[in-house]
Design a protein around this ligand. Structure first.
Ligand code: ADP
Ligand code: MG
Length: 707
């Protein structure tokens, strides 16, 4: 867009086949049929699909689209697509027609064998199907290659097993709605028809200069730096967060926003993050499956637009060791179709029995399934954050804030809550400023699962991961909690008394999951161990949560995953883990042997020559410092060689472990990753003493301060 000033309302959603477009373009009957199908979650009949497909194609062609794609999220984390052009077979007169049928709209058939299936493929068939998710609108994406109609779809195997994130997410949304409605009915709500999980995902990312990126093989192959000494200045000055955004970045953010707005993504907030070169983008929340799709669009857009600005967007959780990493905050709530937020405590939470019951049900769900929530945030990049001294700790706990904690205390100690603490007035000392009330649900940035007013913020998710998985878990564990509660309450003779007893019982039983102190501290680790809360520090240790009896029972009971689907997911995660570390290790070896060792050798020659030159010119000169430096470098060079050859040997061994993904993943975690750290140490030490001019790649300082 050339025009510097424009009205967001004019462009918002202009590339989306959204409700208003459909209402305008579709015959009334077709539109109503579609709406009904969506509302009832039924399958679309082929005649209706044909009409929609035709109109969608006409609309897309007007927007310049030449191709369409079924846009889906296989289990690799990134979205996948196969582009098909709209053209049909040439006619006799040599011309062609542009066509797009209902069948092509609702079903695609990508070759499933190129996507991970964790054994499902072997058991079933290579074929996979994509099926249109009419609840997430189609959109036209513009890029350098032209414009393409993207149809958000679910991806299943021939026999219906989910090979993606969307299918189980949609299943989980249905079941939580069903069970929540059951509970609402008990409280006398007769009007709400559905409960919709709502999600707002705040996305963190780094931006660096593309030239720097291109000069670092580690960033290119693995998304993170595998070497790098800390710069003299890091984030200790706290001057970046909410600091002024540099013009280059501002112009980037503006373009990102325009792209997102056109795609109907309500990008709302942007600011710098804690680390230098780190930023954040947050959209306004939407229903879970749309929010998950939008988060994928956001990540794609952040990457794509960066290249246009000579920048590189890094979505890895930990691109720079020692510098704050990136995550995603998954803000989640349950809202009825008529706008009631089930997590809204109101002014007097102690009086709000429905809210208190739901709150204690959340405590129960999170306490019971902490391992599953932890697993849903596990990925190889996130291993560098969780359990390290930053971001949320690997231990799941809930932060409720002073007000709710106090209400719970009252409930537990006396059996009933009689009052709610109010937020205090903040006195700014300035008369013209409005009165600020301190939020009674103050903040705690170290908690992985924090109540923030009328939603929970799950902060553990990794920056490049799909938010699909955590929301599948959240919805399903809540469905279970609602369902179990309803089973009891529906039979109760005295409903109020039964609710009251249940709240007290649950609050007491699951109080251990509530924690408001500093989640990064060692004391918390000790305290959590005393409370018996799991502390799962790595992905390989988190994966087993998927296939425990508890998990299988939960997911099968609500039809969200079958045992086979869970087992295949665990297989895929082990496999991906080993593969990713294997690539990192090989990249390390490559860069060390082809770039770092040669550069350091050249540098030692230079020092040697310089010593000779000095001694020739001045035989009495004291060159002991140069000699010491040379000696130190040579020692580190030797350490590097030794560490590299150990890494090489172990990678070879790891590659030979075949057929057992779990064993292989553990080997890469226990042995190869440890070797990598051992190789990194002498190299980072070398970087500190070798002439900057001689170092073969940009430094941390170059990358994070020169954008
Ligand atoms: P905070 O400052 O508490 O993080 P923000 O207002 O900045 O809150 O919102 C952060 C994200 O949470 C945004 O994406 C926002 O749209 C989303 N959000 C706000 N309310 C809800 C809600 N009820 N359910 C889900 N997400 C929400
Ligand atoms: Mg937030």
């Amino acid at each position: 867009m050339d025009n510097k000033y424009f009205n967001v309302a004019d462009i918002f959603g202009e590339n989306v086949f959204n409700d208003s477009v459909m209402q305008e373009r579709l015959p009334k009957k077709t539109y109503q049929k579609l709406k009904q199908t969506i509302a009832e979650g039924k399958e679309l009949d082929i005649e209706t699909a044909d009409v929609i497909a035709h109109e969608m194609k006409e609309w897309a062609i007007e927007k310049g689209a030449t191709h369409y794609t079924h846009w889906f999220q296989p289990l690799t984390g990134v979205t996948a697509e196969k582009h098909d052009s709209f053209i049909s077979a040439p006619m006799e007169n040599g011309k062609i027609l542009m066509s797009f049928s209902g069948k092509e709209l609702i079903k695609g058939e990508p070759d499933a064998s190129s996507f991970p299936s964790g054994g499902l493929r072997a058991t079933f068939e290579a074929r996979g199907y994509t099926a249109w998710d009419p609840t997430s609108p189609a959109f036209v994406r513009e890029d350098a290659a032209g414009a393409i109609l993207c149809i958000p779809t679910a991806f299943c195997s021939y026999t219906g097993e989910a090979l993606d994130q969307k299918t189980p997410l949609l299943r989980s949304m249905e079941v939580v709605s069903e069970q929540a409605i059951r509970l609402l009915r008990l409280f006398g709500n007769t009007t709400s028809k559905r409960v919709i999980p709502s999600v707002g995902a705040e996305q963190e990312y780094f931006l660096i200069d593309r030239e720097h990126f291109l000069a670092r093989k580690d960033l290119q192959y693995t998304g993170r730096t595998l070497f790098g000494a800390m710069p003299p200045k890091g984030q200790e000055m706290d001057d970046h967060y909410f600091g002024t955004i540099p013009e280059r970045i501002e112009s980037y953010m503006r373009d990102v926003n325009i792209e997102l707005w056109k795609l109907g993504v309500s990008s709302k907030t942007q600011h710098n993050e804690v680390a230098p070169a780190q930023h954040e983008l947050a959209p306004i929340y939407a229903q879970a499956n749309v929010a998950v799709d939008h988060n994928q669009i956001i990540m794609e857009t952040l990457r794509k637009v960066a290249n246009r600005h000579g920048l590189q967007c890094l979505l890895h959780e930990k691109p720079f060791a020692g510098v704050n990493g990136s995550g995603k905050h998954n803000n989640w709530s349950l809202v009825t179709d008529d706008g009631i937020n089930l997590f809204e405590p109101g002014k007097n939470p102690h009086d709000n029995i429905q809210f208190l019951l739901i709150l204690t049900l959340i405590m129960q769900a999170v306490d019971k399934h902490a391992d599953l929530l932890r697993e849903s945030a596990a990925d190889i990049g996130n291993d560098h954050r969780l359990g390290a001294d930053e971001a949320p700790p690997a231990i799941i706990s809930i932060f409720l804030g002073e007000q709710l904690e106090d209400v719970l205390e009252q409930l537990i100690s006396t059996g009933s809550a009689t009052h709610s603490k109010k937020g205090e007035k903040l006195d700014t000392g300035v008369k013209t400023l409005p009165d600020f009330r301190k939020d009674a649900t103050d903040r705690n940035r170290t908690s992985p699962f924090a109540f923030t007013g009328n939603k929970f913020e799950f902060r553990m998710v990794g920056s490049q991961d799909s938010v699909g998985e955590p929301n599948i878990v959240l919805n399903t564990i809540m469905a279970e909690a609602f369902s179990d509660a309803c089973d009891i309450l529906e039979q109760a003779e005295d409903f109020e008394l039964a609710v009251h007893n249940m709240i007290k019982e649950l609050a007491t039983k699951h109080q251990r999951i509530v924690f408001s102190g500093n989640g990064y501290s060692n004391e918390w680790r000790e305290e959590a161990a005393r409370r018996g809360l799991p502390n799962i520090s790595s992905t390989v240790d988190a994966i087993p949560a998927l296939t425990t009896d508890k998990a299988i029972e939960l997911f099968e009971r609500f039809g969200v995953f079958t045992r086979i689907e869970l087992e295949s997911r665990a297989e895929i995660e082990y496999e991906q883990y080993a593969k990713a570390i294997n690539i990192e290790a090989k990249t390390m070896i490559d860069v060390t042997s082809k770039q770092i060792i040669p550069a350091v050798m050249n540098y030692t020659t230079e020092i040697g020559l310089s010593i000779n030159t000095v001694v020739d010119a001045c035989p009495d000169a004291d060159v002991s410092t140069q000699r010491e430096l040379l000696l130190e470098i040579c020692d580190l060079l030797r350490d590097t060689r030794v560490a590299m050859s150990k890494l090489q040997d172990d990678v070879t061994e790891g590659q030979q472990i075949k057929g057992d993904n779990e064993k292989r993943a553990h080997f890469y975690h226990d042995v190869v990753a440890v070797d990598m750290a051992a190789l990194r140490a002498p190299i980072d030490a070398l970087e500190m003493i070798v002439d900057k001019e001689a170092w073969p790649m940009p430094s941390y300082g170059d990358m994070i301060f020169e954008v």
